[in-house]
Design a protein around this ligand. Sequence first.
Ligand SMILES: [Ca+2]
Length: 159
Amino acid sequence: MRIRSAPPPLMNVALLKPTRASTTLGPGYAVARANDGSLNGFFHSDKEDYPFMVVDLGTAFSIEGVRILPRLNYNSTRFSGIDVRTGLTEVAGPDFGSYSRLVLFPGPVYEPVTWVAQNLTQPVLGRFLSVQRTVQTVSADACLEITELEVFARQANTV
Ligand SMILES: [Ca+2]
């Protein structure tokens, strides 16, 4: 008889992992701010259609949930149609259609802004995680702003 031990705890496996973005508004809004563990800074893309960011988890994880803290309390309606996907191979973008969708946060969020979260019914294996604004807006609101992105998994190489 095999004794099943307790599963390891869920961890934020996106913390401080390498990131890239379609654009960045400026040095103070670097994409690394989206997963630096701090709620005081945030990533801000430039104004463009379908801005996105990608985090490389470094190895494949069995992802069980994600959550995002949008930009806090300023133009919160910019957080709209936020598509979160994952895949095992790197995709340059902006088309992440080959990735599996984890969640589509319709937005907008309202002040006071808090986390939007999704627990997955079935874990999804992924290494690269894309976050993309999929709503086209002909205005200054066509940007992606993320205070913090967290990706939850229990351990590396679970397959
Ligand atoms: Ca941050």
